[in-house]
Design a protein around this ligand. Structure first.
Ligand code: PEP
Ligand code: MG
Length: 361
C-alpha cells in the first residue's frame, strides 16, 4: 500500500500507533477508493450506490425502472443494470482488496431520478416501449412534496424488493469474481438505509440473504458477508435494542439524524444557521460538527442499546461528522469501532482519532 511520505508520513505513523478508532472512507468510485487507500483508509464505511445510478450511460435504464408501472417492467430495466452494477463492485473490491467494504443499497430521493426534459422522456419511452404521455402521467403520480421524508431508503426496497435483489446479486457476483481472480475474498457489509423499524431490516435482510444463496448455489462458492443498517432516524436510535436483533452492524448516518432530530432541513439550513450560531443557539453548525448534546445523546443511547442486545455489534459513523475532529472525539468516548470520512479527510480523521485516544488515557 502506498504511504504518505516525509514528515507527514511520520506524523501519521505516530497517530496510528495510539489511535483506537479505525478510519474508513466514504467512496463509490475506484478513483476515490484508491485516493482514500493512499491516505490510509482501512476500508469503505459508506459506498452510496445511488451515485452510480446517475451515470450518463445508465440513467435511462434507471428512469425506466422507476417509471415502470409493474414488476415485469422494473425487472426488464434491472436486467440491463445488473452487469453495470456488477462491474462497479468488481472495480471497488479490487482496489479495496483485504479491507471491509460497506455498501449501502439504493437511497435516492426519488425525484432526482425522474425525467424533466422532453428529450429525457423520449429516451425512456424508446427504451421501455411506452408512450411519452403514459410516462408523464406516471412521473406525476410519483411526485412528492417532501422527498427527503418520502419514498426513499429502505422504503423503496420494501415497495420494490427487486431493486435491492439486483444490487445484492451484483455485490455477490462481483465478490465471487474477485475472490476467484485474486484469491482474496472481499467481505461485503451490506447496509440498509433509512430504517426505522426492526421489521424493515428483517424484510430487507431476507432479500439480501436470498440473493446471496442464489448466487452461491450458481457459482459453487460462498462469500462471508454482513447485513446491517444505518441509524439515521430518531426512532431507529430509540429502538436500537430491537433493531440489533436483525442486523450485525450499525452505521450512524448523522446527516439525516441531525436533520430529523433537529427538524432542520439539511438542504435549506444555510439561510438561518449562521445567525443561530452567532446568537449562541447552537455552538457550531450541527451539520458540520455533531450536536453532541442532542443528536449525540441519540448516538450514545443507540450504541448502548445495540450492544445490550448484541455485544459484538460493529458500530461506525458515516455522516459528514465522521471527518470532523470534535465529532471524532465524541465517537471515541462512545466507543464506536470506526469513523468514515471522505478520502481527503482520512488523514485528519487519523490524527483526530489519535488525539481522542490520548485524551481518553
Ligand atoms: C447520513 O444521512 O448521514 C448519510 C451518511 O447518508 P446520506 O448523506 O447519503 O443521506
Ligand atoms: Mg442518510
Amino acid at each position: 500500500q502506498p504511504e504518505l511520505v516525509g514528515d507527514f508520513g511520520t506524523l501519521m505513523a505516530w497517530a496510528d500507533k495510539v489511535r483506537r478508532l479505525k478510519v474508513r472512507t466514504n467512496a463509490e468510485t475506484p478513483l476515490d477508493c484508491r485516493t482514500a487507500r493512499e491516505f490510509g483508509a482501512e476500508g469503505i464505511g459508506l459506498c452510496r450506490t445511488e451515485h452510480m445510478f446517475f451515470d450518463a450511460a445508465r440513467i435511462t435504464a434507471v428512469r425506466q425502472m422507476i417509471l415502470a408501472s409493474d414488476e415485469a417492467g422494473r425487472r426488464a430495466a434491472l436486467d440491463r443494470l445488473l452487469p453495470e452494477q456488477r462491474s462497479d463492485f468488481v472495480e471497488i473490491f479490487e482496489v479495496m482488496v483485504g479491507l471491509p467494504c460497506t455498501i449501502r443499497l439504493l437511497d435516492p430521493p426519488l425525484h432526482e431520478f425522474l425525467p424533466h426534459e422532453e428529450v429525457e422522456f423520449a429516451e425512456v419511452a424508446a427504451a421501455a416501449g411506452l408512450d411519452v404521455d403514459t410516462l408523464k402521467r406516471r412521473a406525476a403520480e410519483l411526485h412528492e412534496f417532501n422527498p427527503m421524508l418520502g419514498h426513499r431508503g429502505c422504503r423503496l426496497g420494501v415497495t420494490y424488493p427487486e431493486i435491492y435483489e439486483m444490487q445484492a446479486r451484483a455485490i455477490f457476483e462481483a465478490a465471487v469474481l474477485v475472490a476467484e481472480k485474486s484469491g482474496d475474498a472481499p467481505v461485503p457489509e451490506i447496509m440498509i438505509p433509512l430504517v426505522a423499524t426492526k421489521r424493515e431490516l428483517e424484510l430487507m435482510k431476507a432479500v439480501v440473504d436470498r440473493a446471496a444463496e442464489a448466487v452461491f448455489a450458481e457459482k459453487g462458492r460462498r462469500i462471508d458477508y454482513l447485513v446491517g443498517t444505518m441509524i439515521e432516524l430518531p426512532r431507529a436510535a430509540l429502538k436500537a435494542g430491537e433493531i440489533a436483533e436483525a442486523g450485525a452492524f450499525f452505521s450512524f448516518g448523522t446527516n439525516d439524524l441531525t436533520q430529523t432530530t433537529l427538524g432542520v432541513s439539511r438542504d435549506d439550513a444555510a439561510r438561518f444557521l449562521s445567525g443561530y450560531v452567532e446568537q449562541g443557539i447552537y455552538a457550531k453548525d450541527p451539520f458540520v460538527s455533531l450536536d453532541v448534546e442532542g443528536v449525540g445523546e441519540l448516538v450514545s443511547l443507540a450504541a448502548e442499546r445495540g450492544r445490550a442486545t448484541r455485544p459484538d455489534i460493529k458500530l461506525g459513523i458515516c455522516g459528514e461528522h465522521g471527518g470532523d475532529p470534535a465529532s471524532i472525539a465524541f465517537c471515541e468516548q462512545v466507543g464506536l469501532d470506526y469513523v468514515s470520512a471522505s478520502p481527503y479527510r482520512v488523514p485528519i480523521a487519523r490524527l483526530a482519532a489519535a488525539q481522542a485516544a490520548l485524551a481518553a488515557r
